[in-house]
Write a protein that binds this ligand. Structure first.
Ligand SMILES: C[S@@+](CC[C@H](N)C(=O)[O-])C[C@H]1O[C@@H](n2cnc3c(N)ncnc32)[C@H](O)[C@@H]1O
Ligand code: SF4
Length: 343
């Protein structure tokens, strides 16, 4: 049937620290059904069925209106299959990035989630046949390698043959991730390095672990061998931090040394995913750096991972973000060209 809907509503689940919802593209909606509610997981599934019926009749939830995922097309009838799970039901992390969108709790060790265990939920979905080999499961967090139950869930999903992605800070090497990278179904990891120097890393991540991350990335690249393009290294561009040529050049230099094949760039999504309609200034130095990163990646022969949200922000599709004075713009452009790496 032809109507406006999206892949999330038709089969995606968020296992978050707050509870459950069917989409995390736009953070302001839908609301989480709290994991402390009775039958919270089932309630979320019931809500999915109701929203699909409403959307067939032309209803668009307010928070979906500007989402790049919303699409009018001939959607297949929902068959109960879950094609995407985003697992992030813990907040502890062994880094403390200044930009962390989940406002993680710093904890330098492995421990269980403070909230609920997601293993039985994933296991049940597997047993019910709701997950297939085409299902995509992304681990976020908090830091996955610091979650005690992470290897157990990963092992289960590896055996089931789902496609997996782990977003990790790369401070700790995890053997099972190495194994995961070698499987046939294009499993991937993404590590946000965000810079090319030890000093700036410490400022951004607020832990002195640049060398550990470099060593982890090298190990993953080595283990993955011919599948090394599955190890993606990301650079999130922040104004007055790393939005300058020198740091981007240093980043590519390190990536080359580590044998990295795939890179990604992003911009701060903290604000934009919460308020899709808000006016927000994106510094022109960030826009320039974004373009420069792309050009350098292509020039140096890296594979560039697409980032639809970052593109939408940069292309001014998500909200109006160009209302800045000429003088601010000029300062910003000067910063991009001549900005100090360390600031
Ligand atoms: C919250 S992190 C958790 C996983 C893991 N600890 C990590 O850092 O990769 C999930 C993803 O969101 C990204 N992220 C966090 N805060 C962000 C922000 N303000 N803007 C853009 N991306 C952000 C991280 O780089 C990571 O790729
Ligand atoms: S490594 Fe990930 S979870 Fe940890 S503070 Fe940074 S973005 Fe947040």
């Amino acid at each position: 049937m032809k109507y406006k809907c999206c892949d999330h509503i038709l089969g995606s689940i968020d296992l978050s620290f707050s509870g459950f919802k069917y989409c995390n593209e736009v953070w302001e909606g839908p609301e989480y059904i709290l994991y402390t509610d009775e039958n919270a997981f089932e309630k979320n599934e019931q809500r999915r069925l109701e929203i699909i019926e409403k959307m067939k009749n032309g209803y668009i939830p307010e928070h979906c209106k500007l989402c790049p995922m919303l699409e009018e097309k001939d959607w297949k009838e929902f068959d109960g299959k879950i094609h995407k799970i985003t697992v992030f039901n813990w907040k502890h992390c062994n880094a403390a990035c200044f930009y962390c969108s989940v406002h993680s709790d710093f904890y330098d060790g492995v421990k269980k989630s403070d909230d609920y265990d997601s293993f039985p939920i994933v296991q049940k979905l597997v047993e019910q046949g709701r997950l297939t080999k085409d299902s995509f499961i992304a681990f976020m967090g908090g830091e996955p390698t610091m979650l005690e139950e992470f290897p157990q869930i990963l092992q289960l999903l590896l055996e089931h043959g789902c496609r997996l992605e782990v977003l990790t800070n790369g401070i700790k090497y995890e053997q099972l991730i190495g194994k995961m990278l070698k499987e046939e179904n294009n499993n991937t990891i993404c590590i946000s390095l965000d810079c090319g120097s030890k000093e700036l890393y410490k400022r951004i991540k607020r832990v002195d672990k640049f060398d550990d991350v470099v060593s982890t990335i090298e190990k993953y690249v080595q283990v993955a061998q011919d599948k090394a393009n599955r190890v993606k290294i990301k650079y999130i561009i922040f104004p007055n931090v790393n939005d300058n040529k020198k740091e981007i050049d240093a980043f590519f230099e390190v990536c080359k040394k580590m044998g990295v094949k795939t890179v990604a760039r992003a911009v701060n999504h903290e604000e934009s995913k919460i308020k899709t309609t808000k006016n927000q200034v994106i510094e022109s130095s960030v826009i320039k750096a974004y373009k420069y990163f792309e050009n350098q990646a292509i020039k140096l022969g890296f594979e560039l991972q697409p980032e639809p949200w970052a593109d939408a922000i940069i292309e001014n599709k998500v909200y109006n973000c160009r209302k800045i004075s000429l003088i601010t713009r000029l300062k910003s452009e000067m910063h991009f060209l001549f900005g100090n790496k360390k600031n």
